[in-house]
Design a protein around this ligand. Structure first.
Ligand SMILES: *[C@@H]1O[C@H](CO)[C@@H](O)[C@H](O)[C@H]1NC(C)=O
Ligand SMILES: *[C@@H]1O[C@H](CO)[C@@H](O)[C@H](O)[C@H]1NC(C)=O
Ligand SMILES: *[C@@H]1O[C@H](CO)[C@@H](O)[C@H](O)[C@H]1NC(C)=O
Ligand SMILES: *[C@@H]1O[C@H](CO)[C@@H](O)[C@H](O)[C@H]1NC(C)=O
Ligand SMILES: *[C@@H]1O[C@H](CO)[C@@H](O)[C@H](O)[C@H]1NC(C)=O
Length: 459
């Protein structure tokens, strides 16, 4: 009897073990696939209508939606796509498992960029494309490999202008793109929405009784004005300005439109090396108006859920533009010819003003080493986000294209927003004092919601 049961046990083990193994394998594969799918959100949906990148007046410039994005030949005639495909291919974990592991150490990525670039220079078709690019894109390409520029001026603290006795780490660091000559813009920001120190959040009915607030810090990001265009040397003045306010971060590159991407990349690097303990980073222009008290309350509300969901490392919020086609009008400053970039842009947050977590800033710093520079800064940030498989969140209170219609004239309109573009320094100062004066009268309003979105969900 004992022998009999023993034999059956052997048969049982022989037949069932492989079955069990297969079952477990299927189970595992299923779970992995489900997790993958959950991570990827559709970049284009019918609710996100087609959008053409800023500066275009007609809609005929829509790029066709690529039917199969993995087919190389679709991008063969576009300079940037070819360069980036080369990098992506050498980092593809399926094609080159060992290279990816080695590359993940960080600084090795920049080597890949250089390699793809020097290989491209040898290829005949890339040479031909390059010679047919418009001059301003050629100028960009000539410098697109270079990312190290010396720092000319930097704040003395670890993250920009600060308050005297800060009792907590800062909640937000305002990093503001500006130019040497825009002293007036900087001064208006220092006196209004960008004032460093403790800022109380906007009180709301619904939210908790206790007052929320946070410390704000500020740093201005600058390149250098071309001295030939300027005629005079104002670097001494800027040095004095930094001595007085301690909020200038300047690098030694020409402050041109195509070079704006360098401000993102170099800021991420500077930020990652500094030991700035801020929770959030704001990156925006010097001609926007920010409702800082609203922003503080909004970020506090977010912080609770973000930490609970462990999504703080992916957090970016702004005016999100989905599935935009590159601007193909050659008179625009956003003009990108088909021979430089083909296809649509990834989902990106308009560069007028965007807020992200400091964790994300550090991840962007690393990932940017495997993405070739692009002459439009906010699109470039979107490209890096795509590589991180992170997507910016849209909030209708970021008005990077100003108020729609007559909405600005409504009472309390500025109490319903987080940011509006664009406002000059005089207007900014006036708006800030209005905001203070109407505080009690407008304390019951809530942040604006998307009118368009509401209508779509009705039918
Ligand atoms: C501008 O002035 C600063 C000091 O005042 C000097 O170090 C710098 O070389 C000057 N730049 C040019 C282009 O002359
Ligand atoms: C970017 O800055 C570098 C360094 O100053 C300059 O040589 C280059 O021409 C600039 N690029 C563009 C596209 O203006
Ligand atoms: C985040 O967590 C909150 C509850 O803490 C939940 O209501 C919300 O749906 C979650 N969001 C995401 C994107 O998972
Ligand atoms: C806030 O409370 C007031 C009454 O105290 C009420 O009229 C108003 O609707 C509330 N607002 C919000 C946004 O809940
Ligand atoms: C949405 O609907 C409201 C009325 O319900 C209308 O006044 C408004 O113009 C609509 N907005 C759009 C963008 O269609």
């Amino acid at each position: 009897m004992a022998q009999f049961s023993c034999r059956w046990r052997n048969v049982f083990i022989c037949v069932c073990t492989p079955c069990l193994c297969m079952l477990l394998l299927f189970f595992y594969a299923g779970i992995v696939m489900c997790m993958r799918m959950k991570g990827v959100k559709a970049p284009w949906t019918p609710e996100n209508p087609q959008f053409v990148a800023p500066g275009i007046s007609e809609h005929k410039g829509f790029a066709p939606i690529p039917k199969a994005f993995w087919r190389n030949e679709l991008h063969q005639d576009a300079f940037w796509n070819q360069l980036q495909l080369d990098v992506d291919r050498s980092l593809n974990p399926i094609l080159r498992p060992s290279a990816t592991k080695r590359g993940l150490k960080g600084s090795k990525f920049s080597f890949l960029l250089r390699q793809s670039f020097s290989e491209a220079k040898k290829q005949e078709n890339m040479k031909k494309i390059f010679h047919n690019l418009p001059p301003h894109i050629q100028r960009f390409v000539n410098y697109m490999q270079r990312r190290t520029y010396p720092i000319v001026l930097q704040p003395d603290g670890e993250c920009g202008a600060q308050a005297k006795e800060e009792k907590q780490p800062p909640l937000i660091l305002f990093a503001i793109k500006t130019e040497e000559l825009n002293f007036k813009n900087r001064q208006a920001i220092r006196q209004t929405w960008g004032r460093a120190g403790w800022v109380a959040g906007q009180k709301r009915n619904g939210s908790a009784e206790e007052e929320v607030g946070g410390y704000v810090r500020r740093v201005f990001l600058l390149g250098k004005e071309n001295p030939d265009d300027l005629g005079v040397n104002i670097s001494e003045l800027l040095r004095m300005e930094n001595e007085h306010y301690g909020d200038i971060l300047q690098w030694d590159f020409d402050d041109t439109f195509s070079n704006l991407t360098l401000k993102d990349v170099l800021f991420w690097r500077w930020f990652s090396r500094s030991r700035c303990p801020t929770v959030f980073v704001f990156k925006g222009d010097d001609d926007v108006f920010v409702n800082t008290p609203n922003l503080i309350t909004y970020l506090w509300d977010q912080l609770v859920t973000l930490q609970a969901n462990k999504t703080l490392k992916d957090f970016m919020v702004g005016d999100v533009i989905a599935a935009a086609a590159p601007n193909r009008e050659d008179k625009s400053k956003y003009f990108i010819p088909e021979s430089f970039y083909s296809g649509r842009y990834p989902r990106y947050a308009g560069g007028g003003g965007v807020v992200y977590s400091s964790l994300l800033a550090k991840r962007l710093n690393l990932i940017s080493k495997r993405v070739h520079l692009y002459p439009i800064d906010d699109v470039y940030v979107g490209m890096c986000m795509l590589q991180l498989n992170a997507f910016p969140v849209h909030h209708p209170a970021f008005l990077t294209f100003d108020f729609p219609g007559e909405e600005e004239k409504q009472p309390c309109s500025y109490h319903k927003i987080l940011l509006v573009h664009k406002r000059n320094p005089e207007h900014t100062v006036r708006l800030w004092s209005d905001l203070k004066q109407t505080q009690t009268q407008c304390k019951d309003v809530s942040l604006r919601v998307d009118v368009k979105k509401k209508n779509i969900s009705k039918p």
